[in-house]
Design a protein around this ligand. Structure first.
Ligand SMILES: [Fe+2]
Ligand SMILES: [Fe+2]
Length: 301
C-alpha cells in the first residue's frame, strides 16, 4: 500500500469525522441543531418496539406526521419572525427552525425505512401534507401559530415522558432508541420558542386555549386514522392481543397517556408557560445516554 492510499479519506469518513467534532454554534442561543444522519439497519425487525405491532405502529403513525407537521410549525413561526425585536428570542427562533428542519429530515429517513418494511408511510405523509395545506388556507396566521404551540405542548409532554421514564421505551430495539431519544431532547429544548413568539406577537388567551381544544380532538382523531391507514395496507393480520395490551399500556396500567392529564390541563391556565417545568436535568440524562449509545462523546459538549 502506498502512502497516498493509506491517507486517502473518503467522503463518508470525512462526514463521520466532521460529526465527531464539537458542534459549531449556528446561533447565539442554547438551542442548537445536532447533525445525526441516522441510518437504519435493514436487519431490524418490522416491529422494532418490543416486537409489538401496536406500539411500533403507534410510533410510526406519529412519525408519519412529523416531517410535514414540523415544516408547518416552521412556516407558522417564520410568518412572525421579522416582527420580533427581542434579540434572544430571534436567536432561539433560528435554533427552533434548525432543529425542526433536522427532525423532519431524520423522520423522513425513518419513514422510508418503515416503507421498506412494507408499511405505507408515504401515503400517510402525502395525506398529512394535503391536510396541512388545507389548514394553512383556512386558518389565520395567529391560529396557525396557536396550533403550533398546542402541538409543541404535545410533543414536549411526550418527549419529557420518554426522558423521565426510560421504562417507556423498554424493549425497543437498541438501534432505534437514538432516534427517539435525540428527538425527545430537542423537543424539550425548544419547547418554549413558538410559545414565546405567540406571546410576543398574538397573546390571546382565547385563541390559544380554543386552538388547543380543537387540536386535541384532531391529534387523537388523526393518530387513530393514520394508524388504521397504515395497517389497512399491510400484509399481516391484526394482533388483537397487542392492541388490547397497548390500549391498557396507554390508558390503564401504567397508563402513559393518563399520566399526562395534569400537564395537559396546565396549558389552559392563564399563566401557563412551558418553561415552568424545568427539564434541564432530564435532557442532560437523555444526552448522556444518547452519546453512550452512539459512541459520540461530542454530543455532550
Ligand atoms: Fe421536532
Ligand atoms: Fe418541536
Amino acid at each position: 500500500m502506498n502512502a497516498n492510499a493509506a491517507t486517502t479519506i473518503t467522503t463518508g469518513q470525512r462526514d463521520q469525522a466532521a460529526k465527531r467534532q464539537p458542534p459549531k454554534k449556528v446561533n447565539k442561543s442554547d438551542i442548537q441543531p445536532r447533525k445525526m444522519d441516522f441510518e437504519f439497519d435493514p436487519s431490524m425487525p418490522r416491529y422494532w418496539f418490543d416486537n409489538d405491532q401496536f406500539k411500533t405502529m403507534l410510533l410510526t403513525a406519529l412519525s408519519c406526521t412529523f416531517p410535514e407537521g414540523e415544516r408547518f410549525f416552521v412556516r407558522s413561526v417564520r410568518h412572525f419572525q421579522k416582527n420580533l425585536t427581542d434579540p434572544l428570542l430571534r436567536e432561539q427562533v433560528k435554533g427552533f427552525i434548525g432543529q425542526e428542519a433536522h427532525d423532519g429530515n431524520e423522520h423522513d429517513a425513518f419513514n422510508a425505512f418503515m416503507e421498506s418494511k412494507g408499511v405505507p408511510t408515504g401515503k400517510v405523509d402525502a395525506y398529512v401534507k394535503d391536510g396541512l395545506k388545507f389548514m394553512a388556507k383556512w386558518l389565520s396566521p395567529e391560529r396557525q401559530l396557536a396550533k403550533t404551540c398546542a402541538l409543541e405542548h404535545f410533543t414536549a409532554m411526550l418527549a419529557e415522558m420518554i426522558l423521565e421514564n426510560p421504562e417507556f421505551i423498554e424493549g425497543m430495539d437498541e438501534r432505534m432508541v437514538p432516534l427517539w431519544l435525540w428527538h425527545a431532547v430537542e423537543e424539550s429544548e425548544h419547547k418554549s420558542v413558538a410559545f414565546d413568539v405567540y406571546r410576543d406577537q398574538v397573546d390571546s388567551y382565547w385563541v390559544r386555549t380554543s386552538e388547543m381544544a380543537f387540536t386535541t380532538v384532531e391529534f387523537i382523531g388523526f393518530t387513530i386514522l393514520h394508524y388504521n391507514q397504515l395497517r389497512a395496507e399491510m400484509d399481516d393480520p391484526t394482533d388483537w392481543k397487542s392492541v388490547r395490551q397497548g390500549l391498557n399500556w396507554l390508558v390503564g396500567k401504567p397508563g402513559w397517556l393518563r399520566k399526562l392529564g395534569k400537564s395537559y390541563l396546565a396549558y389552559y391556565k392563564r399563566d401557563f408557560h412551558p418553561s415552568k417545568r424545568d427539564s434541564a436535568h432530564l435532557r442532560q440524562q437523555g444526552l448522556e445516554k444518547l452519546s453512550r449509545l452512539m459512541k459520540r462523546p461530542e454530543l455532550l459538549s
